[in-house]
Structure formats: C-alpha cells, structure tokens
Design a protein around this ligand. Sequence first.
Ligand code: KG4
Ligand code: ZN
Length: 344
Amino acid sequence: MGTILGIESSCDETAAALVTSDRRILAQHIASQDDAHRPYGGVVPEIAARAHSERLAPLIEATLNDAGLDLSEVDAIAATAGPGLIGGVMVGLVTAKALAMAGGKPLYAINHLEGHALSPRLADVSLRFPYALLLVSGGHCQILRVEGVGRYKRFATTIDDALGEAFDKTAKLLGLGFPGGPQVERVARQGNPRAVPLPRPLVGSGEPHFSFAGLKSAVLRAKESGKYADADLAASFQQAAIDCVTDRLRLALETMDEVTALVVAGGVAANAGVRAALECVAGEFGLPFSAPPPALCTDNAAMIAWAALERFAPGLSDPLDISARPRWPLDPTAEPARGAGVKA
Ligand code: KG4
Ligand code: ZN
C-alpha cells in the first residue's frame, strides 16, 4: 500500500491530490483560474504561472489537512513535468522536488499525457492493458494503443487544432465565453445538430489523423451568414466533431492489434455526446467502453498521483535534477503527421 501526493500545474488548473495504491482519492483540491484568463478569452501563460505559485502551497496544505495526513505519512511526491506551459510546469515540479528532498521521499516527474492516458485505470479497476485510447484535450487529439505503463503506440494525431481547442474557438466565435467546451455542450443541447451544413475534415481518408481547423472556419462563415441560431451552430459543430472522431477511430481500430477496451480520456471526454458516440463505436467492435467520471477527465492532480502509483511498484522514480519539458510526446517514435505544427 502506498499514498502519493500528486501536483498538477501544466495549464490553468492548480491541483493537488492524495491517492492510495488501492485507488482511493483521500482528498483533492482543484483551483481553476478561469476568472483570471476570461478577459483574454484564453490562457495567458504568465498569469497562469503567477497564479500557480500563489495558490499551490496552500492547496497542498489543505489537501493534507482534509485527508488528516502529515507529509511524513506520504510515500512519494509526484508532479506534472510536461508537456504544458513551462512556467506553470516549473512551479509544480520545483515544489514537488522541494517536498521530496525535505521529506526524503521519491520524486515522480509525470508526463501530463500519461496522467490522462492512465486515468481510466484509476476509475475502472477492471481495465487491463492493452487498450485503445482516444486522448482528447485542449492541446492534444490522439489515438493510442496503451500497451503498459510508459508504453504507448500512437496511431493518429491532429494535423492542426486539437479537439478541445476547436470547442474553445467555436465557443469564442459564438460569444459563449471561456472555457468553451462545457459552454458549447450546454448550448448544443437546445440546438438541431443537422441544421447547419458543416464539413467533416479528413473523414474517409486512408490515414487516421484528425483536422479541425476547416471545421472551425466553416462555423465562423456560418455564423457570419446570419442564417443560423447559435444553438444550432453549437449543436451542428459538436455533431460534425463527433462524426470526425468516430470515423477516425473506426479506421484506427481496424488496423490496431487486439485490445481489451475502447477508452476515452482528457477534458473533451467530459462531453456526454462524445461519450455516447464512442460507446456506440466500442459496441460495433465488440469492445467494452471505459471513460473516467467527468471530473477525472479534465485536468486534475489525482490522475498525476495515479500515474505515479502505476510507476511506484516497479520503482520507476526520477532523480531530483530532472527538468521540466514543454514538449513530451507519449510515443517518441511516431512520425509527425502531415501538416503538423507544434502538437506533440
Ligand atoms: O484535459 P484538459 O482539462 O486540459 C488539457 O490538458 O488541455 O482539457 C481541456 C479541454 C478544453 O479545451 C475544454 O474546452 C475541453 O477540454 N472540455 C470540453 C468539455 N469539458 C472540457 N469539451 C467539450 N465538452 C465538454 N464538456
Ligand atoms: Zn490535460
């Protein structure tokens, strides 16, 4: 049995959590910075880094207090070490290093994407490797075969925007505020998903990659035409995005070696429409479907502590001089997708 303190600070959530190896989240706190970034319509890295450094220490203290634990009773310290906004990542990693050094505890420098990729196993005790994973967040849109801890084979990535980014940009151009994904989902519930003709980029193409930039531009043109209600635009966008994801996923699953389940993780996995569509795809392939509860899909520290617990038993801890990494692909052998920009 082990208990790990996890720290997350790679984007705009400051989070701490205490998780045990038998999958209990003893306590967790997530401080969102939405209010600080809202006036800018997106995350401002400098503001994020400052907010993390102000909030993290009291948040860790509150998490320990809630669990009734002293730092000496924690077995290891874990923090996101990348990829992400480097200022924020450094705040979390340096804090973790200081706690690890002061307490003589092992340090786990966790890949944030691995946190998302393994989070379904925190929620679902029956989920076994290897599984097919759709990882959809604000910065990433990938299909992976998760073969074990630290073993990921990437089948697809985006050649332009990530899926969460497309939701956020659509929300912005519809004037729905920040963060956009949950707003688009809320407004889409009142709309007709077939009302606005929108493209499904790359659907039917032979490579399983994603593209969402053209979809976002089409939403902008439709909005500017003045012909459609915002609810119909949101619903039609969400449907087009879902159609793209399910088409790409079917193609990837056809070529993937055997897997135990179809799994979704990352912030967009909180979307009920996306979850329902993926459950259907899983059914078509005769696979069980697994998705963490929505609160474990968006950024949190429990998934960081859990990823460390997966590394704890084999003793895969990290040295105290490990560096933060702005980019850190899960599958370093994967070729960049055609037209890919900076997405890992
Ligand atoms: O995993 P996450 O919290 O942070 C990153 O690692 O990027 O993902 C955040 C992304 C944002 O783009 C947000 O708009 C999107 O996930 N998101 C959603 C929903 N909740 C969060 N997108 C669609 N529907 C949602 N309910
Ligand atoms: Zn994330």
